[in-house]
Design a protein around this ligand. Structure first.
Ligand code: GLU
Length: 292
């Protein structure tokens, strides 16, 4: 089922810039790649891939408030970020052009229900693969690996995880981060979105926020005068692509598409123009979990 992808050109299609208050404007997720749909994509009839290809459109759940990963500025029509680029690569291999993707905002807590209820066809939203989640949805990949760290104000003395024992730290409801931080001896305060949590740190209500380093680096890159990422990663987060358990055949399709992207350079390009902008080194595509 190997697919041929029509070569794409990386274009600097307008850096998504947002004015960060009165401070420096920062890049909120980077550039976007011009991706063309694979006109020759063909799938066995009856598969979910064939249905999506026939339909010519797809709904993909991404984050809207995570710079570098999935971010949509208030005045922008489309989100940008590494997850968005991965979504575009998968859609193109299904024969679906970027303009036929409906981007749906998913927050950490609604990713499983959105897949189960068919609100979205795929979730590419900093979505760590866990055994618990795999009980209810499919997760192919991983396409990226990161680990949990802390985001603090630039003048903070917090430098090890021990420093937050017995303190209140915010994260997001429905995330692995919230569970992990309790295990480190902190009291977790859960918000719906990471942007609400960052505000707590910026306004001094809380001293630290916690989640994946890749997400935190995006926020720190937006506001380097006021925020910094600290401590060695204390968890392993492997980002997977979520799909419905009703369509297990999606797993091989997603893994093949990711491998093709790694081989033809589009994975690297997607990373460099998004997360790479916050100073994260371009990784190799991790070894993919075998499909059941
Ligand atoms: N990757 C972690 C998770 O899936 C934290 C980031 C997030 O909430 O999206 O729970």
């Amino acid at each position: 089922m190997r697919m041929t992808r029509i070569k794409v050109a990386a274009v600097a299609a307008g850096l998504a810039m947002v004015a960060a208050g009165c401070g420096d404007a920062g890049s909120s997720g980077g550039e976007t790649r011009d991706v063309e749909a694979d006109e020759n994509a063909e799938f066995e009839s009856g598969t979910r891939m064939a249905e999506l290809n026939e339909q010519g459109s797809i709904k993909i759940g991404v984050k809207f408030d995570q710079p570098g990963i999935g971010f949509k500025g208030a005045s922008e029509d489309e989100p940008v970020g590494f997850d968005v680029e991965i979504g575009k690569i998968l859609a193109a291999d299904l024969g679906i052009a970027p303009e036929d993707i409906e981007w749906v905002e998913t927050i950490s807590d609604n990713r499983e229900p959105f897949l189960e209820e068919g609100e979205v066809d795929l979730v590419v939203a900093s979505y760590s693969i866990t055994e618990e989640r795999r009980q209810v949805v499919g997760q192919a990949g991983p396409y990226y690996e990161t680990g949990q760290q802390l985001l603090v104000r630039s003048d903070s003395d917090i430098s090890t995880v021990e420093d937050i024992k017995g303190t209140e730290v915010c994260s997001v409801t429905g995330s692995t981060s919230l569970e992990n931080i309790e295990a480190e001896g902190a009291t977790a305060r859960g918000f719906d979105t990471y942007s609400e949590c960052v505000d707590q740190v910026l306004n001094g209500s809380l001293d630290a926020m916690t989640t994946d380093g890749a997400i935190l680096l995006g926020y720190a890159a937006e506001d380097p005068d006021n925020l910094k990422v600290v401590v060695e990663p204390f968890s392993e987060e492997r980002y997977g692509v979520g799909y419905s358990k009703d369509a297990p055949e999606m797993c091989d399709f997603i893994n093949d598409s990711l491998e093709t992207a790694a081989e033809d350079g589009s994975y690297d390009e997607a990373f460099e123009i998004t997360l790479g902008e916050s100073g994260v080194e371009t990784p190799e595509l991790p070894a993919l979990d075998p499909c059941a």
